[in-house]
Design a protein around this ligand. Structure first.
Ligand code: ADP
Length: 615
């Protein structure tokens, strides 16, 4: 049993490493570059090819890369290819090589020429080579291709379509053997363009090319075929010369591969580097998957749908209507609106909100003004009604006031009659009597004028007035009422004048109201104790008026209520007098307050701003 256990353990040891070796065994692939991995257009095809291959391959890929640098110069084939073949054979054991990928025409021709001497049994994939570059060579059953093909004349047609005024086209092409092959192809292909001058760069050094571009006449365009090696044999890795042309910005540049799309070329129908890489990677994956290469036949990759750089179309004044159907325009610079859409929209919204607020504020202001005018109208109507309601109260006063001058007039008229009848006509005395009659008449008219003016329906009007004068006038008007009510009306106005700005009628009305209220308040008091004192003074820039009575005063809890509309403790009171009075005083910028005196009775205090210092 012991030996069996040992056998099992031994077997396990033996099995595990063998399995691991198989699982980790990668597919070895040789990628043979024509000039070097950085030459156009393979510098933009190879990276996505590697990427796709690694992504899609059934097993891990072990990629060997070599470059046929000798193809850059001189004769093709190179006089001695043996050492390079030996090097390749030494690179990877022939039986382990799962696939050779020849990138471009020179590598393709090299492998096909030397098929018997290098990896004869390994499959060959001819990648990104134009069919025309190897059609003279035969493919074996182990070989296949993902070719490309295009008609170079398409590009000249395209240039003339976009820029119909073009009269001079530079054909930038290098001097390597393959490029010489292509120079012949292009020359033949461009023969039909008789109206255009072609400038061929295949015999120029890179510096001479640049010089020539700097001197280009107007209406020129550049067709960059590829310059991998210039006429002096200087390699131009990564389209170095194209980048120099782009830097000069002298004429619109067109290419047949999209390697530098977005870096300054105009665009148009071009090969898509990624599409070529993908198609070739797909074929490579099928071969690695075990499909016989000879059976894989795929259609050549053609020019992709035209794409354009919007900035270049603008730069060279290309009318976008001339672009071929289905054209895609990229790198469009957003318009101001597109770029700042949110900011503009936000600003617009702000303006709208602000506009709305302004409109609503204006509307509100209008409404307020209208309301104020209306309120003022109502107030003056109310004040007028209130004055009328006081008219009855004043009747006694008026009658009394009128009575006096009328009685005096009558007496004087009788005296005058007697004087005229007298035999000694004393003209001097008669004149004095007539003078008295006129004075009394004027007094009577003055009483009527004042009453009339108090009852007049007049608009609110501010004038410079002497507040003391108004107080005195009002006392005169109301004094008869006080006499009728058996009350003493005492006044002590300050010396000089109290200049205020106000409406005479309204201020009289207020004072009248306060005095009548004071008389009302004392109606229950014995006749001897009824006393109303009206005094004025100038204090701290205000004209002040106090009206004090000897009545019961205002119950403290009602001190505020007395100014409320319709508050009245009188049997027939309307309760509007003080409310109107306060509104009128406030319209004059003043204040009206009520308080009780320590010794009994109420005091109503009125303050109006003085317009200047009292005299
Ligand atoms: P009305 O005279 O129609 O009642 P007012 O607004 O003029 O309306 O006065 C409101 C109330 O204020 C009066 O009813 C009264 O109770 C009180 N009042 C006003 N003046 C005095 C005063 N001098 N003494 C006591 N109470 C007063």
């Amino acid at each position: 049993m012991k030996w069996m256990r040992r056998l099992c353990l031994g077997g396990a040891f033996l099995l595990i490493p063998v399995n691991l070796v198989h699982a980790a065994e990668p597919d070895r692939v040789l990628l043979l570059h024509s000039f070097g991995p950085e030459f156009s257009p393979w510098h933009t095809i190879t990276p996505p090819f590697r990427e796709e291959l690694r992504k899609q391959a059934p097993r891990p890929v072990d990629l060997y890369e070599a470059s046929l640098q000798s193809e850059r110069f001189g004769e093709s084939p190179a006089p001695e290819e043996g050492p390079f073949i030996e090097y390749l054979n030494a690179l990877v054991p022939a039986r382990d090589l799962k696939l050779i990928v020849a990138m471009g025409a020179p590598a393709t021709r090299f492998v096909l020429r030397n098929r018997a001497r290098m990896f004869p049994s390994s499959p060959l994939l001819i990648a990104s080579s134009d069919l025309r570059t190897y059609e003279d060579l035969t493919l074996a059953a182990n070989d296949t291709a993902c070719p490309i093909t295009f008609d170079p004349a398409v590009h000249i047609d395209h240039i003339l379509r976009l820029l119909p005024g073009t009269s001079n086209i530079v054909v930038a092409i290098g001097a390597s053997p393959t490029e010489r092959f292509w120079t012949d192809q292009l020359r033949q292909s461009f023969q039909r363009f008789s109206g255009v001058t072609f400038e061929w760069f295949n015999n120029l050094s890179a510096d001479d090319m640049v010089k020539r571009i700097e001197e280009l006449p107007p209406h020129s365009a550049i067709y960059y075929a590829t310059v991998r090696v210039d006429a002096r044999g200087a390699p131009q890795e990564g389209d170095a010369i194209l980048l120099r042309f782009l830097g000069l910005d002298r004429a619109p540049i067109f290419t047949h591969v999209d390697s530098h799309f977005g870096e300054g070329i105009v665009g148009g129908p071009m090969f898509s580097s990624r599409e070529i890489a993908q198609r070739c990677a797909e074929v490579a994956v099928r071969i690695l998957g075990g499909e016989p290469p000879g059976k894989i036949k795929i259609a050549p990759v053609g020019l992709a749908a035209p794409v354009y750089d919007w900035r270049q179309l603008q730069r060279w004044g290309v009318d976008q209507k001339l672009l071929p159907p289905g054209a895609e325009v990229l790198f469009r610079e957003p318009s101001g609106w597109e770029r700042y859409r949110w900011q503009i929209a936000l600003l617009g919204a702000l303006f709208l909100v602000q506009g709305g607020m302004i409109v609503s504020l204006l509307h509100e202001r209008d409404r307020r003004l209208r309301a104020e005018v209306l309120a003022r109208q109502r107030m003056s109507e109310l004040a007028h009604t209130n004055r009328y309601s006081m008219a009855g109260e004043l009747t006694a006063s008026i009658a009394h006031e009128l009575n006096q001058p009328l009685a005096a007039i009558l007496t004087n008229a009788e005296t005058a009659e007697l004087l005229i009848k007298s035999p000694t006509l004393d003209l001097k005395e008669i004149r004095e009597v007539i003078e008295d009659i006129r004075r009394d008449d004027e007094r009577a008219s003055e009483v009527i004028r004042r009453l009339r003016s108090l009852l007049k329906k007049a608009p609110f009007e501010l004038k410079n007035l002497d507040f003391n004068e108004i107080v005195r006038e009002t006392i005169e008007l109301v004094s008869a009422v006080a006499i009728a009510r058996e009350a003493d009306l005492l006044s002590s106005t300050s010396r000089g004048s109290l200049p205020v700005k106000g409406d005479r009628i309204q201020l009289q009305q207020v004072i009248l109201n306060l005095i009548v209220n004071a008389l009302d308040a004392m109606s229950e008091m014995p006749g001897t104790e009824r006393k109303v004192t009206v005094s004025t003074a100038a204090t701290n820039g205000f004209a002040e008026l106090w009206i004090s009575d000897t009545g019961p005063g205002i119950p403290p809890e009602h001190l505020k209520d007395v100014f409320e509309p319709f508050f009245s403790t009188k049997a027939h009171g309307m309760g509007m007098g003080l409310s109107i009075a306060r509104t009128l005083v406030e319209a004059h910028g003043g204040q009206l307050t009520a308080e009780n005196q320590a010794g009994g009775g109420a005091t109503l205090r009125l303050r109006l701003p003085l317009t200047s210092n009292p005299e």
